[in-house]
Ligand binder design. Structure first.
Ligand SMILES: Cc1cc2nc3c(=O)[nH]c(=O)nc-3n(C[C@H](O)[C@H](O)[C@H](O)COP(=O)(O)O)c2cc1C
Length: 236
């Protein structure tokens, strides 16, 4: 994984312990395809969701190999659905351990473009909303807000308590984009990966990063079924 150089200005990706690790893999792949550098923070709790959802561990001591295996995996469980060597240069990823509060992203003076938390747990949402900074992921998110940089929070939980809703309002008021991990069906999804890529694509839209992860609405009903009928309707 890469070392920080003078002009390196990565996107920070925080992976917290909510279900939805394929969303994180899709976002990281797309950032790398877009030629972006990535700084990655994988929370301690997310090691459980990664293990549960991929069948493999994510270990700090083997972060590069574990990341490559994770990025190669399709959302349907196919181990080599993606060719990690084709446009997904993982040497552009710098991994930081979640307990390292002296890491670069702990400081506003460390150059980053912004941060995406994908997926975001309710615990993470609470921690960032309250400014707890209990680990590097939460600290980096607080730094992103105080520096007025883009912060996208892709919450994955349902249903939501009033407490979480209030935390989400606090994040919105602090300048974050609250982006529920709720796939849409109007883009003509046929496979699990399409639904995952829709959420990842909307997160990248919010960050202003170009991608081709999903088919955009073109103003004609029928895209969702693959049977355009020529009628037009409001954007869903
Ligand atoms: C398999 C598994 C799935 C989980 N899914 C969710 C989820 O979808 N949303 C959520 O808010 N928490 C979920 N949790 C609970 C979080 O992991 C837990 O609240 C943890 O403290 C989050 O810590 P973090 O935000 O530091 O990663 C899940 C836990 C496990 C083990």
């Amino acid at each position: 994984m890469s070392e920080t150089s003078g002009d390196r200005r990565p996107w920070l990706v925080g992976v917290s312990g909510a279900s939805g690790t394929p969303y994180a893999a899709s976002v990281i792949r797309a950032l790398l395809h877009a030629g972006e550098d990535v700084d990655l923070v994988v929370s301690r709790a997310s090691r459980l969701t990664i293990l549960d959802e991929t069948g493999h561990p994510f270990r700090d001591a083997h972060a590069d190999a574990d990341l490559r295996r994770w990025l190669a995996r399709g959302a349907d469980g196919t181990p080599d659905a993606f060719d990690v060597d084709a446009g997904t240069d993982t040497s552009r990823v710098r991994h930081w351990t979640p307990g390292d509060l002296a890491a670069g992203p702990s400081s506003g003076s460390y150059p980053v473009k912004g941060m995406l938390i994908v997926p975001a747990s309710t615990a993470c949402v609470a921690g960032v909303a309250l400014g707890l900074s209990k680990d590097l992921l939460q600290r980096a998110a607080s730094v992103t807000l105080k520096e007025r940089r883009p912060l996208v929070v892709a919450l994955r939980e349902t249903p939501l308590t009033g407490q979480t809703l209030r935390h989400l309002v606090a994040l919105d008021e602090a300048g974050a984009v609250v982006l529920p991990a709720s796939p849409a069906f109007y883009a003509g999804a046929r496979h699990i990966q399409d639904l995952v890529d829709f959420v990842a694509g909307r997160a990248l839209d919010a960050a202003g990063v170009p991608h081709k992860l999903y088919h955009r609405w073109e103003g004609e009903l029928g895209q969702g079924s693959g049977q355009g009928n020529g009628a037009t309707g409001p954007m869903p």
